[in-house]
Design a protein around this ligand. Structure first.
Ligand code: FAD
Length: 452
């Protein structure tokens, strides 16, 4: 048992061990499946707090892991110290510089809200509750991926606490190698305290989603697959086969139904947007069609991801291509009328601006992927755990012929525990450079990252 008294004396941050009130609450995550039981969780409120924890952990040889929102949780943390960044939520917008600077506990929603009054927007992910820093460390494919590229391309600097407890800046001119690694290399370099991103103007946005009933899933999925082959670079679309439980609180068109959600985003005017969306709208009659002129505040409604914490798991990766045979394989497994336990199977088109790295280069993996795929299951009971895991494996196998050899760490999900799949989250040369930089910045592996 570690004596945390010296750490408690060195910092004003709450240092909570299992016998302290607030320990479990501080470890609560978006994913309710995993119970984290580290030796201690520290509720940091500044970079200086983080530095004290790093100094203490290095001396005690305790591993450090970071918990922000828990949207990336795929295993239980059972040892060492957890640094909880959920209180580092400050967001400051500099309208003249068109940047936003935020603490590492900030969620996309608060950055979107802070930028909007200035007519600016961050290049966000699909879900407003995801932590911006955790997301950016993996690169980030959002609802505007094809027109605007990866979100990490917009980072201008990180403030990070390294393994020797130094608080350092990483940007294009200061520690550029670390900056390169943090834009997509994810973990194993230290604890990010703060990030600054470039904001964009989004004066016009024509976007939303269209829900199609079960009987139209095949037609729409096949039509969408054809559309993606000719889609302009300015349009980002995705589809998700979604299964809704039979719940009285759901509207009748959702309760107990399987539907196809088609998401559309075009950062331009209504006339052009409507023209570009017309072939998709013409595929079949819709149940709901929310594609319309939007403000940046409404971007999270494009995907309409659930916002409440739940016991979930994911099966994901990237596809090298997509054709009608893939659609057949997917429909045979997860289409209308199939017994399938995953509540959502999503495909997002990449390409266009995603494929282009920033001029100075970054570690973000998966630029060569043409599509993402993600299956999501709810682990609400032991029976569901085995059904979901079996169906997740079937999904990976069914899509196998189209899966890209290169994936992205934000979409690697369950494959994270496998060394070969972990390595595939970056191009081989990037993976090697990241491994060398992790050894340089964290020689004692204070920040464990990757499969054990
Ligand atoms: C509903 C949902 C929607 C998503 N949508 C998208 C999407 O549109 N595009 C996309 O690319 N990804 C998406 N993701 C994946 C998401 O970007 C990653 O899971 C990301 O890691 C979540 O970060 P977090 O801080 O919210 O989660 P956490 O689980 O708290 O953190 C995940 C990991 O990020 C690292 N990390 C977080 N903060 C820090 C820090 N301050 N310093 C060092 N390391 C840190 C750690 O390795 C940590 O284990 C989505 C995930 C979910 C569940």
């Amino acid at each position: 048992m570690t004596d945390f008294t010296p750490l408690r004396e060195a910092t004003t941050a709450a240092v909570l061990t299992p016998c302290d009130d607030g320990y479990a609450a501080e470890l609560l995550s978006n994913n309710l499946f995993w119970q984290h039981t580290p030796e201690a969780v520290v509720a940091v409120t500044s970079a200086a707090d983080i530095a004290e924890v790093v100094r203490f952990a290095a001396a005690a040889a305790l591993p450090i892991r970071v918990l922000a929102t828990g949207h990336g949780d795929e295993s239980a943390i059972t040892d060492g110290i957890v640094i909880s960044t959920k209180h580092l939520t400050d967001v400051t917008v500099d309208p003249a510089a068109t940047t936003a600077t935020f603490g590492s506990g900030a969620r996309w929603a608060s950055i979107v809200a802070a930028a909007a009054p200035h007519g600016l927007a961050p290049v966000t992910g699909a879900a407003s509750g995801v932590g911006a820093v955790g997301y950016l460390l993996g690169g980030g494919f959002g609802p505007l991926a094809r027109s605007h590229g990866m979100s990490s391309d917009y980072v201008t600097s990180f403030t990070i606490v390294t393994a020797d407890a130094d608080i350092v800046e990483a940007n294009a001119t200061t520690n550029p190698d670390l900056f390169w690694a943090l834009r997509g290399g994810k973990g194993g370099f230290g604890v990010v305290a703060q990030a600054t991103i470039r904001l964009v103007e989004l004066p016009e946005l024509f976007a939303g989603n269209i829900l199609f009933a079960e009987e139209h899933i095949e037609t729409v999925l096949r039509g969408w697959a054809d559309y993606t082959a000719v889609a302009p670079a300015s349009v980002t679309t995705s589809v998700a086969i979604q299964r809704f439980p039979p719940l009285p609180e759901l509207p009748p068109f959702l309760s107990g139904k399987t539907l196809l959600a088609l998401r559309f985003a075009f950062p331009g005017n209504t006339e052009q947007g409507a023209e570009l969306a017309a072939p998709l709208r013409a595929l079949a009659p819709s149940v709901v069609d929310s594609v319309r002129p939007m403000t940046p505040l409404e971007v999270p409604s494009i995907h309409n991801d659930p916002t409440d914490p739940a016991p979930v798991t994911g099966f994901g990766g990237l596809l090298a291509n997509l054709d009608q045979n893939l659609v057949t394989a997917l429909l045979d497994l997860a289409g209308a009328g199939q017994e399938f336990s995953l509540v959502s199977v999503e495909l997002r088109q990449l390409g266009a601006a995603v494929a282009v790295d920033v001029a100075e280069g970054s570690a973000a993996g998966g630029r060569s992927g043409e599509f993402t795929f993600t299956g999501v299951g709810i682990l609400a009971s032991p029976d569901l755990v085995s059904a979901v895991r079996a169906d997740g494996a079937k999904l990976l196998s069914a899509l196998g012929p189209w899966i890209s050899p290169q994936t992205n760490i934000n979409f690697a999900t369950t494959s994270f525990r496998d060394q070969a799949q972990f390595a595939a989250a970056w191009p081989p040369a990037t993976f090697e450079r990241l491994a060398a930089l992790r050894t340089e910045y964290d020689p004692a592996a204070l920040f464990p990252f990757g499969p054990a």
